[in-house]
Ligand binder design. Sequence first.
Ligand SMILES: [Ca+2]
Ligand SMILES: [Ca+2]
Length: 194
Amino acid sequence: MWRGLWFCHTILNMKEIFPHQHIIRTIVTVAVFAAVFILSACEKKYAEEERKIVINEIMPVNTTTATDQDGEYDDWIELCNISSERQDISGWLLSDSKSEPAKYRFPPKTIINGNGFLIIWADADTMQNGLHAGFKLSAEGEKVILSYPDGDKVDLVEYPPSSLELSYSRNPDGRGSFRWQLPTFSGSNNTDSR
Ligand SMILES: [Ca+2]
Ligand SMILES: [Ca+2]
């Protein structure tokens, strides 16, 4: 079967023109995969560098630790501003569901001071004063998702089941990995440095 090209009335065999096709093909494939990997890594690094607010602590079982302004021991979520400048998160979103990221929208003038903390009660008491999300946290484990006003994800934390009076905390604040430890309501999680 003819496998060449007509060129100036001459049949050119492709294997003669490119005797190392398989090597070239392999190099191109590797280069494409490497480019995709580098681009995705850069995008992730860029996103992490841009991020100034993170989910810092989650307390799904609160029976003695802290009460809201009405004296109720409810679930709570702590955000941390990892920048030194105050950040306005008015209109940002908080949820326990990927498919419904806008379960709670932060009200106007919601500010977190530089390197400061902010508590949101996850108690479904949306008629109470202050920051009260319209969902509760399950002791069986679930997700907490913080998003920009347009729905783009800022941070997502998935915590495992726990029935103890502990909180799922980043240690150190803002950039550390999560673990169960004694709660630090609206304060630093850096218990190792105390
Ligand atoms: Ca409440
Ligand atoms: Ca804390």
